[in-house]
Ligand binder design. Structure first.
Ligand code: NAG
Ligand code: NAG
Ligand code: NAG
Ligand code: NAG
Length: 493
């Protein structure tokens, strides 16, 4: 044992001495989150429903605006505990047009802006103020409907409003109303009969006309259930997502979003869990993931999905949807999802790959470029000088242009603690991951206009979950996420 730890220390010394990364000896690290490792008994969790372009579009009948929260404090009482909720059913059912404390009267009738303010209102009820800490709010369950009605004129193209246009096969839609928000049901967190287990859920379906007395067979379905023992361990978030004939493309993530500002893919103020926004290259993300069912061959299961925003000239985003650009990077762990990037398909590859030591390899360097590490890359729709050949990202699915870099398990990512072989972390291989997301995301390619200063890469959204891309009916994904933590250098040092 002594020998081993001596060798380990020597190895760490040598690694640090040779590393291109700034020496981190003596640096103090802290959690960036309000609820480090999901260990806090008094849970803070919220729900948001997004249509194809990350807005509301229209509320589902009797469901209110698609924002809800489950936030409570827990007190010892006698031999047991008591849960006291902060958000009422009335708050959760608030619907466009209904006033609430702090709501701006001028947005009351705008269904999209109403949801934004409802989220801020729910956050004000959930807010945790701790000494010397920035206030924080909640984990965010995000559920998105991938249907797109081209005739609705609802979704802008690269941030520019466009009128209705004829249907295209790449946009699933069964007809008018296909972009609807879900029926959402909420079981408030409660203590179970054993007096020590706390449990609650958000669940529902997009099929508004379903006969729910028959259950959720043959219809779309989502269910996020959280569970924890009082005083012990982590919350475990259990997720189920199922597609249907009418809803063949669905997304369900658990997000840690910034507590203020714009979060990835969303051009409005949000509230969240991340008190201090992590910045590349120095931060780590840890969590435990158990994938039980994969969601079929087109389920793009994101081990880590990171979202941010900056302009092509390197300036931070400011809400101008024609020049703000959402930046996404995702590690997909479903082994059925393979590399579209190939030496003979360069438009799906980022122009270069950067090795951990900083060496860049151009995508035409066929002997060294790790084509197998990339599922897909696409450049922002408003990029002025993308390198030929290129693909433009889906231009309608964000309020603004976006850039997407999707990676898959490959030895190229091993240095950062990411999976190196297909199947790692997949069904039957539950793991606790410790991902050097900071250093990895610093090395990734993102587009900027030539000659502009490289941006500081800040990541207001980090999440885990799946996007079941257009699939046959009844594809089911099921997974558990726990112990989620983001570690950053102590900014007070
Ligand atoms: C739970 O608490 C209630 C009230 O304090 C008590 O009556 C009951 O016996 C407890 N149940 C268990 C399983 O400990
Ligand atoms: C679901 O579909 C299957 C196969 O078509 C059918 O046997 C079953 O009765 C359906 N269930 C419900 C609740 O409609
Ligand atoms: C949601 O999932 C939990 C955990 O698997 C399960 O106990 C519960 O019955 C589900 N709820 C519904 C409405 O399907
Ligand atoms: C970087 O790493 C590669 C692969 O290990 C190696 O070939 C190259 O010489 C290294 N470059 C530098 C500058 O250390």
């Amino acid at each position: 044992m002594e020998m081993d730890s001596y060798r380990l220390n020597w190895l760490i010394f040598v690694t640090l001495a040779l590393s291109a990364v700034p020496c981190s000896v003596g640096k103090k690290y802290i959690s960036a989150l309000g609820d480090p490792g999901m260990a806090r008994d008094g849970l803070r969790v919220a729900f948001e429903g997004w249509n194809f372009c990350n807005e509301v579009g229209a509320e589902a009948p009797n469901m209110g605006s698609p924002r809800a929260a489950d936030c409570f404090d827990i007190y010892p009482v006698g031999d047991g505990h008591k849960i006291k909720h902060r958000v009422t059913e009335e708050d959760n059912k608030l619907s466009v047009g209904e006033p609430f404390v702090g709501g701006t009267p001028s947005v009351l009738t705008d269904v999209d802006l109403y949801a934004v303010e409802k989220e801020l209102y729910l956050a004000s009820k959930c807010q945790v103020d701790e000494a010397d800490q920035k206030p924080w709010h909640f984990w965010m369950v995000m559920l998105k409907n991938g249907n797109m009605d081209t005739l609705s004129g609802l979704c802008p193209k690269d941030g520019h409003k466009v009128g209705p246009f004829p249907p295209e096969p790449r946009f699933p839609c069964f007809g008018k109303g296909c972009m609807n928000q879900p029926l959402l049901f909420h079981e408030y967190t409660s203590l179970q009969e054993d007096n020590t287990t706390m449990k609650g859920s958000f669940y529902g379906t997009y099929d508004l006309d379903a006969d729910l007395s028959k259950g959720f067979d043959n219809i779309s379905y989502s269910n996020v259930t959280w569970k924890k023992e009082v005083g012990k361990g982590s919350w475990v978030f259990h997720h189920v997502l199922k597609t249907s004939e009418k809803y063949p493309w669905l997304m369900l993530y658990l997000r840690s979003d910034a507590t203020t500002g714009l979060s990835g893919g969303y051009n409005h103020q949000t509230r969240g869990m991340t008190r201090i926004i992590p910045e590349s290259p120095d931060f780590t993300v840890r969590f435990t993931l158990n994938v039980m069912r994969g969601g079929g061959p087109k389920s793009q299961f994101y081990l880590m999905d990171m979202g941010s925003c900056w302009k092509n000239n390197g300036q931070p985003c400011d809400g101008d949807v024609t020049t703000d650009v959402t930046r996404y990077s995702e590690m997909i762990i479903n082994p059925s999802v393979t590399a579209w990037c190939r030496a003979d398909n360069l438009n799906s590859c980022p122009p270069y790959h950067t090795l951990p030591n900083g060496t860049r390899i151009h995508r035409t360097a066929t002997a060294n470029y790790p084509y197998g590490a990339y599922h897909m890359y696409c450049t922002p729709g408003n990029a002025q000088h993308p390198e030929e050949p290129y693909n433009i990202c889906d231009q309608y699915s964000n309020p603004q242009p976006q850039e997407i870099l999707q990676i898959i398990p490959h030895p190229a990512w091993g240095d950062y603690g990411y999976p190196t072989e297909p199947g790692q972390g997949w069904i039957g291989d539950p793991r606790t991951w410790e991902l050097d997301v900071g250093r990895m995301s610093q090395a990734l390619y993102f587009y900027q206009d030539p000659g502009t200063p490289p941006v500081r890469r800040l990541w207001p959204s980090l999440d885990v979950g799946t996007e079941i891309y257009v699939s046959k009916e009844g594809e089911i994904a099921e997974w558990e996420l726990s112990n989620f933590e983001v570690v950053i250098p102590d900014p007070s040092q």
